[in-house]
Design a protein around this ligand. Structure first.
Ligand SMILES: Cc1cc2nc3c(=O)[nH]c(=O)nc-3n(C[C@H](O)[C@H](O)[C@H](O)COP(=O)(O)OP(=O)(O)OC[C@H]3O[C@@H](n4cnc5c(N)ncnc54)[C@H](O)[C@@H]3O)c2cc1C
Length: 446
């Protein structure tokens, strides 16, 4: 094998460090060609605007890393439709012969199908396809479905020996080819108008690999000890802010988990949060329609208002509920939102405005830089109650009490509210809406 060529097919695992697919290819093949084939609907739905922007900068940063540290480059191709990915690889094969394809194993229905298409396409050519772990910490695809998080996390902690060996950076990557490549700009991921919005959003992210890792190490060494108490505090800024880097695979979840166990002296709250991420993927794997179908079917009976005027006011941060409006403004400006604020604003849309969780999920999908095909629908269903191990339906967040508890000194709201927000009266009465919502749940779940 050592004289032959393999390709490493990248997709949402744009990293060198702890990249099993790349590691195995470099260990077993003399020449390794690095390939990325973009289709806007590669996840089965079109990528949202904010994550497209983030992907643009992630790819640029990855190209820089490859160029500066390895004198290598990523061969970038674009296809119109996800079904064209396997044929495009076949085309690449006809331009430059290779004996194997390495990629990170997916747990998302549409990507699983693509990986099957690739395997079928190349079986006939005697090209091996190897899908390695890399997107989550524990490969729980073949494990029976866990419906509750605690036994899931116990299962993970009792199987620490299954954690991947750390595949750290390679000193060299030999990558020789004459394949044509698009530039990142040619993928057209940035918006053609409102370009300033994208630039402004990216001011909130540092996408160089050294900085991403340094920030994470600083978080672990300086904030891990207080994370359990502070993670819900909207004022403190005690969270890791790694979600977009995990989403696009610029950070390895396996590496983060290992590092946090080592530094945290074993099981800790942050490790559990990383396992919630794995649990979302585990759930998405077992429920392939997670973004369109209620996991618990009885919840389909819920009667929604779906008032589009209310939806618009929520999206624009003009509900008259200061904590919700601050959260929605943070989202629109930065492409992210504090985790506690995500829960409050999602609960408000579902349980105060009676708008279908799918409308909120789609808005987050479009506006979050970390919009994740598993975590986003999983979390929306969790808030609604139709998901696994979800918030009980009768737990209706009171936005005023949430604000008092998690933003007692108005720090978060002062930061994100606009002057116009102070003039907006509440668009609904929370107490009346809560009563109506409880009734609707009772009718639906009868
Ligand atoms: C309605 C709603 C939608 C969400 N949509 C997304 C999404 O599209 N993408 C996304 O990455 N996260 C999503 N989350 C989960 C969570 O809010 C974010 O992961 C977190 O706020 C990101 O900030 P952080 O990296 O500082 O998190 P930290 O608190 O530092 O946690 C570290 C990591 O653990 C994982 N994690 C933390 N909380 C959760 C959780 N509740 N569920 C699953 N994994 C978790 C994430 O990977 C996160 O980056 C959503 C939550 C809600 C309530």
């Amino acid at each position: 094998m050592k004289n032959s060529t393999a390709i490493v097919l990248f997709c949402d695992n744009f990293r060198i460090n702890d990249n099993q697919a790349l590691h195995q290819a470099v260990q077993n093949y003399a020449n390794v060609v690095l390939v990325y084939v973009y289709a806007e609907n590669y996840l089965g739905r079109n990528l949202g605007a904010a994550s497209k922007v983030f992907l643009h900068y992630a790819l640029k940063s990855f190209q820089n890393l490859l160029h500066e540290k390895y004198s290598a480059s990523l061969v970038i191709r674009a296809v119109k439709d996800v079904n064209d990915i396997a044929p495009e690889l076949l085309k690449i094969h006809s331009e430059h012969n290779f004996e194997a394809i390495f990629a990170a194993k997916s747990y998302i229905a549409r990507q699983i199908k693509t990986q099957e298409q690739i395997t079928q396409t190349f079986e006939a050519k005697n090209v091996k396809t190897i899908f390695t772990k890399g997107k989550i910490i524990f490969d729980t695809a073949d494990v029976k479905q866990f419906k509750i998080f605690t036994p899931f996390s116990k299962h993970c902690f009792s199987n620490l020996h299954l954690l991947s060996d750390m595949a750290m950076s390679h000193k060299t990557i030999t990558s020789k080819h004459n394949l044509a490549s698009l530039s990142v700009d040619e993928l057209g991921l940035l918006p053609t108008n409102q370009g300033r919005w994208a630039q402004k959003m990216m001011q909130f992210y540092e996408t160089s690999y050294d900085k991403i890792e340094e920030n994470f190490v600083n978080f672990i060494t300086q904030k891990l000890h207080s994370y359990a108490e502070e993670r819900n505090n909207l004022e403190a800024g005690q969270n890791s802010a790694i979600s977009p880097f995990l989403r696009f695979g610029m950070l390895s979840p396996n590496w983060c988990f290992n590092f946090c166990l080592t530094m945290g002296g074993g099981q800790n709250q942050f490790a559990l949060e990383l396992l919630w991420r794995d649990f979302s993927y585990h759930t998405a794997y077992h429920n392939p329609q997670i973004e369109t179908e209620e996991i618990r079917p009885i919840y389909k009976n819920f009667r929604w208002n779906n008032d589009l005027q209310h939806l618009k006011l929520w999206q624009k941060g003009q509900t008259g509920f200061d904590i919700v409006d601050a959260a929605m403004n943070q989202l629109y400006t930065t492409g992210t939102m504090h985790g506690r604020a995500r829960m409050i604003s999602a609960s408000f849309l579902i349980k105060d405005l009676l708008c279908n969780w799918k409308l909120g999920e789609q808005w987050f999908w479009d506006t979050l830089a970390d919009a994740d095909p598993a975590i986003n629908p999983f979390s929306w269903q969790w808030v609604f109650g139709s998901g696994l191990d979800g918030a009980p339906y009768f737990r209706i967040f009171n936005p005023h009490l949430q604000a008092q508890r998690f933003d007692p000194n108005f720090v978060y709201r002062k930061k994100w509210l606009k002057p116009s927000n102070h003039l907006t009266p509440p668009i609904v009465c929370h107490n009346l809406q809560s009563k109506e919502t409880m009734l609707r749940y009772k009718v639906a779940l009868r």
